[in-house]
Design a protein around this ligand. Structure first.
Ligand code: NQM
Length: 359
């Protein structure tokens, strides 16, 4: 079949602070190479402006969710996340996306893949990229997904209905281990790091070790070409230690620099995904960073000294606001064990229709 004439049934949703095209696996070519070629043409990659496609010319808006009913009786749907390049013709399944994940439950109900459960529906989602499970819970009054609500998340104007995401088995999502190097602390290019993977492989370092305050704006960081080159070289070296091989064309690992909080939160973060700075922070990126920081001996652990002991919620500052994550980790056992992690996001359906690929 040539999709050029028929197009493909597609829904676009904002999930958290990202935006992506949501497609059913059954509507796409079964062959991954043919599928990827179609996705690149739908999104308008490669082109720095993605002018002839549906991508939004940033990595945060060049994302695709492929959803299908699951064979596994313990979950409802499978979600394959694909990160498309913007100016390079790349399609990568090497990372998860916790923001786009926020749209998967609503999409599954909209498409009839999962029945609405009552006032609220919980959808069990296998994140195929990492073979881990997330449960998404969101309002469905009268059997319809309700996107309107009063939850505000930093980086998105207005308010919307909450999508509560609870993660299980996210340890070692891309690397096989929570501490992929086997150590809680390593040195990369003379910089002390903690390499951690609780849903997203992250190289955690202090902002200070890069000569930064950790409170720079997104624009300041994006304009610092020497810094971005340094980050790229740094994360490639770290990836070797993490057993990830050559990551020059991969979107992981991410680098996250931490510093004392400056706006009433518990830690300030500046993330690089993997080279350009994030305008906020990825969901699983933030969960991984907090997990790492909670481990005695880790980089940034000293910043946790003043964190309240009566809650597992951690207020993570990023360039455009705050992200609240919920993480409980048992660092007293070897290797450390994640007891629980989760986050609250919102999502919104932007369009549902037929998408046409460029020739
Ligand atoms: O870490 C961006 C995003 C992400 C990923 C990135 C994400 C996550 O903000 O779970 O959400 O790190 O490339 O969408």
């Amino acid at each position: 079949m040539t999709y050029d004439e028929t197009g493909v049934r597609a829904t676009m949703l904002r999930g958290g602070t990202s935006r992506g095209l949501f497609l059913e696996a059954g509507d796409l070519p079964a062959d991954p190479a043919e599928r990827d070629d179609l996705l690149l043409r739908l999104m308008g990659t490669p082109d720095p402006r993605q002018i002839d496609g549906l991508g939004g010319a940033t990595t945060l808006t060049s994302k695709v969710a492929v959803v299908s009913p699951s064979d596994d009786p313990d979950v409802d749907v499978d979600y394959l996340f694909l990160q498309l390049g913007v100016d390079e013709a790349t399609v990568s399944d090497r990372q998860n996306c916790g923001n786009i994940l926020a749209g998967v439950g609503p999409f599954a109900v909209e498409r009839g893949l999962v029945p609405a459960g009552g006032d609220e529906t919980s959808v069990r989602i296998r994140m195929v990229n990492s073979d881990s499970v997330a449960v998404a819970t969101f309002p469905t009054p009268g059997g319809r997904v309700e996107y309107r609500g009063d939850v505000a998340i930093a980086g998105v104007p207005g308010t919307a209905a909450p999508v509560v995401l609870a993660f299980t088995d996210t340890e070692g999502s891309a690397t096989g281990a929570l501490l992929p190097t086997g150590n809680v602390r390593d040195t990369v290019e003379g910089i002390e790091v903690t390499c951690v993977d609780n849903g997203m492989p992250v190289v955690l370092a202090t902002a200070e070790s890069f000569g930064l305050t950790g409170h720079e704006s997104h624009e300041q960081l994006a304009a610092d070409a020497a810094l971005l080159d340094r980050i790229d070289a740094f994360r490639r070296k770290a990836a070797q230690l993490m057993g990830m091989g050559d990551v020059s064309r991969a979107s992981v690992p991410k680098t996250v620099l931490v510093a004392p909080a400056a706006d009433g939160g518990q830690v300030s973060t500046r993330s690089f995904i993997p080279v350009q700075p994030h305008t906020s922070i990825g969901v699983l990126g933030a969960v991984s960073v907090v997990t790492g920081m909670l481990l005695p001996g880790a980089v940034g652990h000293e910043l946790t000294a003043g964190w309240p002991r009566d809650t597992s919620q951690v207020d993570v500052e990023h360039p455009t606001g705050h992200l609240l994550v919920d993480v409980v980790v048992d660092g007293s056992v070897t290797p450390p064990r994640v007891v629980r992690s989760g986050v609250v996001r919102t999502a919104r359906k932007l369009f549902d229709g037929t998408a046409y690929p460029r020739a």
